[in-house]
Design a protein around this ligand. Structure first.
Ligand SMILES: O=C(O)CCC(=O)C(=O)O
Ligand SMILES: [Fe+2]
Length: 340
């Protein structure tokens, strides 16, 4: 049986992103823990997304987004100092127009590349226990770049990094029995991970820009799982397996956990890395939209080849490290100035 056959499209497939209560992941009741794991696994297999209820994260957002607004509204010549093209923009600030999702590179308006209309910052882990990793993978484990006179930005992003990482790791842990993985499998894979938090700023849309620009072109995420707290505005849409798009905006107090290409690969296609996009509003808006996904990665030297139990064709799923997988991905998003 090929890995593809694990999840053929069926008419009774989920068409709505399921919701789970994070506290159930560690509930005293074994039944609640099992049901939590089953719902998470089904949501990530059939849609690729799950909404996780946790007030802890929602509480942190107003102050974090205020700090983002302060930094992203700074003068262009100051922000320019925080750019790091030499490490493929993996740390610090990236302005509008640098990132272009692969789909929009091929089929932008008038055949021209259509860059995403958003700027971002990338923040990596502050401490790594294995000192060889930054030597072997300097870009993936580069030091963080912090804006001057913005202690709130540093504090809030680091707190959010930890809180979102905890949610993502709890979801991965709950998947272990569902996927037939040993206990602690994902904790092992993500020890000294090259995980990154990405504060994003989608600028206001003027009358002229309505229907002419994309905030975020359709794409899949290239990592293990993404953990996305509620953004300050709507726009996120998710493509279903059977076609059609659904609303991806998280309900109040919920955080999205979604499968990335690496987890899809690792499970031989069993879990689904869903295509998603960020639509611009249909009418002009004077406000920026802020969001803050955490991209959880494995350690850079982890081999992503699916385990035997997935019966994945090795020609389709050859041995590849997380770092190699990531580099291939960078080339397709316009972020790799020096990799080619
Ligand atoms: O801003 C959002 O809602 C989603 C962002 C996203 O999909 C990404 O950065 O990969
Ligand atoms: Fe994404």
């Amino acid at each position: 049986m090929s890995a593809r056959m694990w999840c053929p499209y069926r008419a009774d497939m989920m068409r709505e992103i399921p919701r789970v209560e994070l506290a159930d992941a560690t509930a005293a009741s074994a039944t609640r823990r099992r049901e939590f794991g089953e719902t998470v696994e089904r949501g990530l297999r059939e849609i690729g997304f799950v909404f996780v209820h946790t007030r802890n994260v929602a509480r942190m957002l107003p102050a974090a987004y205020a700090a983002y607004a302060d930094v992203f509204s700074r003068p262009a010549d100051e922000l320019e100092r925080y750019r790091r093209p030499g490490i493929h923009h993996l740390r610090g600030y990236t302005p509008l127009g640098v990132e272009t999702a692969a789909a929009c590179r091929r089929s932008g308006m008038d055949g021209e590349p259509q860059p995403d209309q958003r700027s971002c910052w990338l923040i990596g882990p502050e401490s790594i226990t294995d000192p060889t990793l930054p030597v072997r993978f300097p870009a993936f484990y580069a030091d963080n770049v912090w804006p001057e006179n913005a202690p709130a930005f540093r504090d809030h992003t680091l707190s959010l990094f930890d809180a979102l990482n905890e949610v993502g790791l709890a979801i991965l842990h709950a998947l272990e029995p569902q996927l037939g993985c040993p206990d602690g499998y994902f904790a092992d894979l993500t020890r000294d991970a090259s995980t990154a938090l990405r504060p994003l700023c989608y600028p206001p849309i003027t009358t002229d820009q309505v229907g002419q620009v994309v905030w975020g072109c359709r794409h899949t995420d290239g990592n293990l799982v993404s953990v996305l707290p509620p953004s300050t505005g709507k726009g996120l849409k998710v493509k279903l397996r059977g076609g059609g798009w659904i609303e991806g905006t998280a309900p109040q107090d919920h955080t999205i956990v979604q499968v990335g290409d690496m987890l899809q690969y690792l499970t031989g296609g069993h879990l689904r890395s869903a295509v998603h996009r960020i639509d611009t509003p249909a009418t002009p808006t004077g406000h920026s939209r802020y969001s803050s996904p955490l991209f959880i990665y494995p350690r850079a030297d982890v081999d992503l080849q699916p385990a035997q139990r997935w019966r994945a064709d090795p020609r389709k799923y050859p041995s590849i490290t997380a770092a190699e997988f990531f580099e291939a991905r960078l080339r397709s998003t316009g972020l790799s100035a020096t990799l080619n």
